[in-house]
Ligand binder design. Sequence first.
Ligand code: PRP
Ligand code: URA
Length: 208
Amino acid sequence: MPIHEIRHPLIRHKLGLMRRAELSTKNFREMSQEIAALLTYEATKDLPLEPDVAQGWCGDVQVEKLAGKKVTVVPILRAGMGMLEGVLMLVPGAKVSVVGIARNEETLQAHTYVEKLVGGLDQRLALIIDPMLATGGSMVATIDMLKKAGCKHIRALVLVAAPVGIEAVEKAHPDVHIYTASVDSHLDENGYIVPGLGDAGDRIFGTR
Ligand code: PRP
Ligand code: URA
């Protein structure tokens, strides 16, 4: 199944705090990064390893290290920045590819305004991060962009996902697995996820 709802108690608890409209910007930011780290742990469970030898205190020790080119993390501006530190805490060597996509609030169409991708994408796993998967327009546009640049292994980490957004990603890109803290009920008439978190970008940047 390409959708993974991670129902870990720490995630459930932190998401419950984020649902509170009165949560401060500081705490909302912290929870975003912490849940992002927990989702990263799940989304990287099958990263390939290769054998290595470490010079330990009592001589050579057989160990393992991550194989292949480094992961690239792909925050979708601007709200995706609110998850970046959490991902990098677990994958500190990752390269960051920044994608700027905003959805038009009336048409809900995704519009690209930044595309700054790292090289060697054909050999990297890309972890796209964005707190909200609503209609799926922003995520599908980002995956289209990464695939056009040669990327073959892509996963998406979102705090909250709406069923319609999941369907849109599954239909356009069935190979892309989505990791989320919650599959929510539906979108309202303005394209907001219900119950959702409200406007995640505004809550992370304090612009509401
Ligand atoms: C939000 C959110 C996603 C997008 C989801 O960003 O962070 O990127 O909407 O909606 P979709 O699935 O319908 O495309 P927004 O466009 O509000 O920009 P922001 O990150 O600058 O706040
Ligand atoms: N973007 C948000 O920030 N929140 C939503 O509910 C939908 C899109």
